[in-house]
Design a protein around this ligand. Structure first.
Ligand code: ZN
Length: 216
């Protein structure tokens, strides 16, 4: 089974691009952020960490990750949010080997920090189905989810003060991963500074490149 990992600064478009890939190429999306947010509704300690923009304990992440892989065996995966630090690589690779999954491609979504800040300001989340909207781009009426009609909320980790901490954590902890995968020759860059169509085009080109890896 094959898989790809998306890496970007917080708010740079991972959610949107992973949704696109999932729908068009039949991936199972594993978003550690979503899994943690689900868990945090029942777990105060995790909820506090997320609110403060920190990283949750590795062990919790490994368990969540392995659990969801186990439930979706024989799928092709997109990973979003894990691994996000070099010290998680060993455990990530162990779990991948255990379930026979190959990481074919790491996509780094490169986005200008100022553009990201604007997007974060408009981001809204459906607490019921986890759908992410942008107030300005998605023409949201009455602040309701288009599928569930539930009131949309601002994510705790989207507050500007929290965002700055998350951005710093990205620079310090996640950027080294990009070098790691560059050396392995599986790193590809997608620029997400222009229209969404241009971004999706780049993604499609990459998928074509990987077509002998049987993504469909
Ligand atoms: Zn919803």
């Amino acid at each position: 089974m094959h898989s790809l990992l998306l890496i970007s600064a917080p708010g740079a478009g991972k959610g949107m691009i992973s949704k696109y890939l999932k729908q068009k190429y039949n991936f199972v999306l594993i978003s550690i952020g979503n899994l943690l947010r689900e868990k945090s509704s029942k777990d105060k300690a995790i909820s506090e960490i997320l609110k403060n923009g920190g990283f949750v304990d590795n062990d919790i992440v490994y368990d969540l990750f392995e659990d969801i892989i186990k439930k979706n065996q024989n799928s092709n995966f997109i990973f979003d949010g894990f691994p996000r630090k070099l010290d998680q690589i060993d455990n990530f690779e162990k779990i991948m080997n255990k379930y026979g999954i190959i990481l074919d491609m790491v996509i780094y979504i490169d986005t200008n920090e100022e553009i990201v800040k604007e997007r974060i300001k408009g981001r809204l989340l459906c607490p019921n189905c986890n759908e992410v909207y942008n107030k300005y781009l998605d023409k949201i009426e009455n602040n309701k989810c288009k599928s569930c009609n539930v009131d949309l909320v601002k994510r705790d980790d989207d507050k500007m003060s929290t965002y700055k901490l998350r951005y710093k954590a990205f620079i310090d902890e996640t950027l080294p991963l990009i070098d790691y995968y560059k050396k392995k020759n599986i790193l590809y860059k997608v620029s997400n500074n222009e229209s969404i169509e241009k971004t999706y085009n780049q993604v499609d080109m990459l998928m074509k490149k990987g077509s002998n890896n049987d993504y469909n």
